[in-house]
Design a protein. Structure first.
Ligand code: MN
Length: 245
């Protein structure tokens, strides 16, 4: 990989660092270890892989909330290999799959989706740079986000636990029904799933994820993030040079 100048952090690490209780001295454990210890249940693996003093990613915690629309996010992530992280809110965390080719709106496509560790609910807004030397180092954009509802069943975590979840997305790029199904058979790895678009009004055989490279949060591409550049939103309101007239 070619060298890139370090882009500025979007978030200050100070904001994300675990706070020491006031008037109480820190004992032997490092802040990262303390965070890992605090993270319970399904977020433990997420916390153990990261040092939140060195990455701007959120330390996060489980969300107790009920009665809200369920959220989803797809983050485009240029780590060792480019991939899309597809995340569905379930049970107060983001259930997560790494999709190497990204989601497709073509119902014919069956996209490999490797289930990875649960991420905290706060992670859905994360966009920026995971610094070199950290787990998953590289640029991240919020490629798509929105809400979803279950097309089958009533408990998303339960559906995922059973190895198949059918859901309807309402995002900026992805809409309509999708199915995530765990692969079976001798040769399939335990965490290998397929992401498939169901045939409905949101389907589009011509659509290609590569043609939709901008963040829905900031308008920036991965290259913009890498250069630490901000897209001036107002430029899009200008007449597009001569071709329009
Ligand atoms: Mn990733």
């Amino acid at each position: 990989m070619r060298w890139r100048p370090p882009p500025p952090f979007e978030l200050t690490t100070a904001r994300l660092m675990p706070k020491a209780p006031s008037g109480q001295k820190r004992t032997g454990a490092t802040p990262a270890a303390q965070t890992a210890k605090r993270a319970t249940g399904s977020l433990r693996r997420y916390a153990e892989k990261r040092n939140f003093q060195r990455t701007p990613e959120p330390a996060g915690k489980k969300l107790p909330g009920q009665g809200r629309a369920l959220r989803f996010v797809v983050q485009k992530h240029r780590a060792t290999r480019l991939h899309y992280d597809f995340r569905l809110e379930a049970d107060g965390v983001l259930k997560s799959w790494a999709v190497p080719k990204g989601p497709s709106l073509n119902p014919v496509d069956r996209r490999l989706a490797m289930q990875v560790e649960d991420h905290p609910y706060d992670y859905r807004d994360f966009e920026g740079v995971i610094p070199a030397g950290n787990y998953g180092a590289g640029e991240v954009i919020v490629w798509d986000r929105g809400t979803y509802k279950l097309a089958e069943g009533t408990d998303a975590a339960l559906e995922i636990g059973r190895g198949k979840i059918k859901f309807i997305l309402k995002g900026k790029k992805l809409t309509g029904m999708f199915t995530l199904v765990r692969m079976r058979g001798r040769n399939s790895e335990e965490n290998a799933w397929l992401l498939v678009k169901d045939n409905d009004a949101g389907a589009d055989p011509e659509w290609n994820a590569d043609d939709h490279a901008e963040s829905v949060k900031s308008g920036r591409t991965l290259d913009d993030i890498a250069r630490g550049r901000r897209v001036a939103q107002w430029i899009s309101n200008r007449p597009a040079a001569s071709s329009r007239r």
